[in-house]
Design a protein around this ligand. Sequence first.
Ligand code: SAM
Length: 364
Amino acid sequence: MMERHRFHSICPYFAMFPEAFVRRNVLAWSKRDDVVLDPFSGRGTTIFESLVNGRVAIGCDTNPVAACLSKAKADPPKLKSVMVRLAELEKQSIRFKSKAPETKDEFFSYCFHEETLRQLLFLMKRLEWRTSNVDCFIAALALGCLHGESHRTEACFSNRMPRTISTKPAYSVRWWQKNECLPPKRDVFAILNTAAQYRYVSPLPSLKGKVVEGDVRKASSMLRSYKEKVKLVITSPPYLDITDYHEDQWLRLWFLGGPMKPISGQGKDDRHRIVEGYWQFLSEAWQGVAPLLQDSAQVVIRIGGTRLGADELRAGLLASLDSTGYRFKLQEYKQSDIKNGQKRIFSSGPSKAGTEHDFRFQMA
Ligand SMILES: C[S@@+](CC[C@H](N)C(=O)[O-])C[C@H]1O[C@@H](n2cnc3c(N)ncnc32)[C@H](O)[C@@H]1O
């Protein structure tokens, strides 16, 4: 069996799909050098697995965490550049003092040791993750180490917290107080050095991809040089009613320059509670994507949701795809059970919630 590429697990992400799902579809429905698109790229699994298999990969996502992770995988620097930059940053960080409000905040004082927080605040100031691929890669590594089960691993910066989601400040502080958990003293640069070396054991793909931070509805203008070039879409849109990606990832968003507390409803991630609004959004999404598709392009969609069953999803997806003015035909449908790690995201939903649906459509 092929060894898992170590870039895939840089950082977990909500409702992420496994690389095996992507690989199966990439190998079945595209050839080398074909263009593969994920307009809801998340942690960049479609992007990276396509590159690993010799396909050109493009994508977009509105969430800065998703954009950072996907961009890091689409255009990774050489390990040497990462190590040189880390050494330079570490040297500069020694004299850094911060008066940021986080240094006096109860949550941050419990979450990170004073010295760890100082190093993180320095990195937040210095990393130009939106414009430099080296800094973007370092930021992606830092996102993956930012919080986790620090009683089990030395490779994370925070006090005990799940690695998948950031828990809310008041709840976290209460939990840490009750369980007498103090933040571990962690050297951010030592952890990032080790993380970089660990990730780069797997070889880099020879192709680079292109990912933009932006709204799917503008995909055809953001990625205009790929007009009519996309052979295959492999994607997973936000699910109806499932989660607010911004609220649940607030600490990673903070690290990338966001507010120092979760603010619900902040994200532009179109969580819809009303079914009609959801399909309207997906119609607009496919309209943003359609000009990029070549004739006979295939569109593979993994989708779930607590309220929509297979028939509603099939009808809604077909109608929203057809709203582009092109005709799509359903070629394949499969159901899959949500794996344990992702299950609790759906735990508030009714029984349908444990299932995801895989559809493959082809442009007629
Ligand atoms: C189900 S997740 C995708 C997960 C991805 N397949 C993975 O494996 O990581 C849906 C993604 O859609 C993104 N999203 C939501 N609204 C969007 C929009 N209007 N334009 C682009 N991306 C959007 C969310 O930020 C989220 O990353």
